[in-house]
Each structure stands twice: as C-alpha cells, then as structure tokens.
Design a protein around this ligand. Structure first.
Ligand code: EPU
Length: 295
C-alpha cells in the first residue's frame, strides 16, 4: 500500500511492522505493516469509517487462532484491544469481542453461570468465536447468543438479537467488513462446582484427543455433513504427513502442528495435499475452517 493513510485513521492507536508469527497461534506469516488496535468502540468505528471513506482495503484479526497468512500484509489490519471486562445482568453475560474466548468460559464458570462450558477449550477471541459460530461437544454459540453489537462495512454500529439465517455450523454473516464488537450470552444459574467439573472434563477430553501442547490452529477443515474430517483424514493415512516443520498431527488428524520453524506456505501446501488426498480417497471435498490470507 503506497498512499499515505489519512490523519483521522492515524489517530487510532496503531503499531508498525508487527510479525504475524506473534499474532497467530500457528506462529507463522510475514509482517503486518499496519496493526490498528482501538481500545474503544468509537475508535473502532473511526477506523472502519475512515477506511470506507477512502476506499482502503483492510482486514480484521481476532485471536489469530484460525488463520494462516501468506506473505506480508500491507493493508491496515484491525485488532480490537477493548478492556477485557465482562458485564453481568442477571443470568446474561456480555463480553467485548477482544475478550479471550477461554477466559470468558472461565469467567462464566466462576460466576456460577452455565452454558459456556463448551467454549472452555476453544482458543481465540470472543469476536472470532461469534463470527464463525464456534462450538464443541454438540453446543455452539448460537445456542446461547441473545444479543450482539457489530459495525457494518460502512462503520454504522448495530446492536441486535440473532435472527434466522445469520448463523449456521461454523458460519455467520459477520464477514465481508463487518466487525463484531461484543456479545451477550443468555446463561443459566447453576452450581459452580458442577460447572467447573464440566469445564475440567471438556479440557481433559480435548487434552487427550488434540495436540494442544504444540502450536496449532484448531481444526483445519469443517466436518462435512454427517462425517468427521478428522476420521476421513486419518483413514486416508495422512497422520504424520510433513512438510518441513508443518505436520498433520499424529494425535488428531484434523489438526496441523508447527514443530518449530514451519512457514505459512508449508501449512497452505499441506492443507492442499490433505484436501486432494481426501477427495481422491473418499470422494469428499473438505472445506477449510481455517482462513488463508494472501496479500
Ligand atoms: N477421529 C479419528 N481420527 C482422528 C481424529 C478423530 O478417527 O485423527 C474420529 C474420532 O475417533 C471420533 C470422530 O472422529 O469418532 C470425531 O472426532 P472428535 O470427537 O475429535 O471431534 P471432531 O468432530 O473432530 C469437533 C470440532 C472440534 C471440537 C471437537 C470436540 C469441528 C471441525 N471440530 O471435532 O473443534 O473441539 O469436536 O467437540 O467441528 C475447532 O473447531 O477448531 C475444533 C477443534
């Protein structure tokens, strides 16, 4: 991006030349030239409005747990840095989009509120989780989401309840320049000891079936209807398939792990090889859950 950025955009807190390896859980990627980190909704709105007015392309980054970036990012990147405070009203809990997803599940458990236990092992930010309707163990965000705030691509602030067609399995309409700002979950008051025990059980399950001790980006492909991507990849004999330091996990085949010095290109190439082999072997087209950004 060669043209200078407008003054009102530059008033939004930002950093220059941040390595994407520090912003993504896989620890790969080039340099983010412009990382904008608004600390308030108004600053986030100013960012989106300025980019819209100038016709500047930009992207939004959450916890970086579902992302592979190929090369450097020259366009501005938005990463919300709102204070990590939750607000409780009765059995409803509101969190800013930049709140850690696992931390929110823990906060809910600490308050004796049940309903977010499923979130306790899913990394990333609350905004990222809403945006893709994250879920585990048969539960997903749309089961508990009652209100959310977001910015439109033009920078208008909207607060609303979810409606049919806005969320489905690992999908929502909150893409294409829309930015989640906060989410409110409708939870149930429960016994804190029981809730914590459930959280611990989910943790334990994930810890034994998923390679959580290595850098990873969660599940790489969505589960095809009625099937398990992990099982399909496993049955295709791809566990341990390796390109440099990028490997199809030997613990859970729908995870790729970074053994240390993997590159974004290796991950993208490995995903492509897995997709091709599963198509050849099972005739099933896997759809990525992880996003690949190319400048
Ligand atoms: N399986 C294999 N080999 C493997 C992995 C799994 O045969 O290498 C089999 C398992 O034995 C099981 C089935 O596949 O019979 C399903 O596996 P699992 O229970 O691990 O669940 P999953 O469908 O692979 C989903 C979510 C995970 C979430 C778990 C737990 C998707 C794409 N994945 O995995 O979410 O943690 O359920 O609820 O929906 C994520 O979204 O990033 C993610 C990891």
């Amino acid at each position: 991006m060669s043209r200078p950025l407008p003054d009102d955009l530059l008033k939004v807190p930002h950093r220059r030349d941040v390595p994407l390896s520090r912003l993504t859980t896989l620890g790969v990627g080039g340099i983010c030239r412009w990382l904008f980190e608004p600390t308030t909704e108004l600053e986030a709105q100013a960012f989106v409005q300025a980019c819209a007015r100038e016709g500047l392309p930009w992207r939004v980054l959450g916890g970086g747990s579902n992302l592979v970036v190929l090369g450097d990012l020259e366009d501005p990147v938005l990463r919300l840095a709102f204070p990590k405070e939750t607000r409780r009203e009765g059995h409803r809990l509101t969190a800013p989009a930049s709140h850690g997803h696992i931390a929110l599940a823990e906060a809910a458990a600490g308050l004796g509120l049940s309903g977010l236990e499923f979130a306790s092992g899913i990394p990333g930010s609350v905004g990222g989780a809403i945006r893709m309707n994250a879920g585990a163990y048969g539960r997903e965000w749309i089961d508990v989401l009652v209100r959310y705030r977001f910015l439109t691509p033009e920078g208008a602030l909207v607060e609303k309840a979810p409606e049919p067609g806005e969320f489905s399995y690992r999908w929502s309409f909150l893409t294409g320049g829309r930015v989640v700002l906060s989410a409110t979950a409708d939870l149930v008051e429960g016994d804190p000891v029981r809730i914590r025990a459930q959280v611990a059980e989910y943790r334990e399950k994930r810890g034994t079936s998923q390679p959580l001790s290595k850098r990873n980006a969660g599940c790489i492909f969505k589960n095809p209807p009625g099937q398990s991507a992990g099982r399909l990849i496993d049955q295709a004999g791809l566990k341990g398939l390796r390109l440099g330091d990028a490997e199809v996990s030997r613990e859970h085949a729908n995870f790729l792990v970074n053994h240390g010095h993997a590159t974004a290109t290796e991950f993208a190439e490995l995903m492509e090889q897995v997709r091709t082999r599963v198509l050849e072997m099972h005739g099933v087209e896997l759809e990525p859950e992880v996003e690949i950004w190319r400048e």
